[in-house]
Design a protein around this ligand. Sequence first.
Ligand SMILES: [Zn+2]
Ligand SMILES: [Zn+2]
Length: 286
Amino acid sequence: MKADYHIHSEFSDDSFEAVEDQINKAISLKFNEICFCDHVDYGIKKDWSEGNIEYRDGDGISNDNNMKEPLANVDYPRYFEKLNLMKEEYKDKIIIKKGLEFGIQRHTIDKYERLFKEYENELDFVLLSVHQIDDKELWNQEFQKDKSQKEYHERYYQEIYETMNQYKNYCVLAHLDLISRYDLKEYPFENNKKIITEILKQAIQDDKGIEINTSSYHYKLKDTTPSMDILKLYHDLGGKIITIGSDAHSTKYLGDHYDDARKILKDIGFKYICTFDKMTPIFHNL
Ligand SMILES: [Zn+2]
Ligand SMILES: [Zn+2]
């Protein structure tokens, strides 16, 4: 099984890649299955149905065209209509799954509960991410600024822990140490180990998983995402549900370093990778 479980398309504010182009790239790389996980970030982005959408500059990395990005979530009806069409059209070539990436904050949980309820019958997969805290973005240092490194690390993991304890309609914790992606200097794993252990134990108890996010290569990070320490800890705690995702916002990075990720997981001792159907994990030998 070769499955990229974290792909973005033009339905995300920060991607301009056509759904078909992502699918064709995946077919050319001989993927058996892909899952689209376009962005929803309540608190800072509006739904298209609300109107008056504002635009902003991107990070120049996920969207390396430097196009202005709409501060808007997925246009849900169009998104699911498109993916249902593509599923049918490409059914002999590749399995296409329908996911969303929920960028949750403690104060936006209600909105995700409502959204999930509305589209529960469409969704195969939901990533739980923390991209913002107190409506402040991590990627542009808005959240980190005026905090010590210790403060922003602690607050970040606390936000994940509290969110995952209140919100259960998800499958996998995405890029669990995202705070490190945007860190300007290293921070010792030992300092976060206690809270990360609690997060992983809670995920295991809730039958949720984590992903290995291969965008670490593209961001030129020294470590994997999440770090090797976290991957090993998850395995040691008995974690079995894990997906591999490129987090590709363009065809260029689809499936990026997939085989490296698979080898890393195998070497740690994981036996399976997961795909999902209607929010339920399916285990495949690694
Ligand atoms: Zn993300
Ligand atoms: Zn993503």
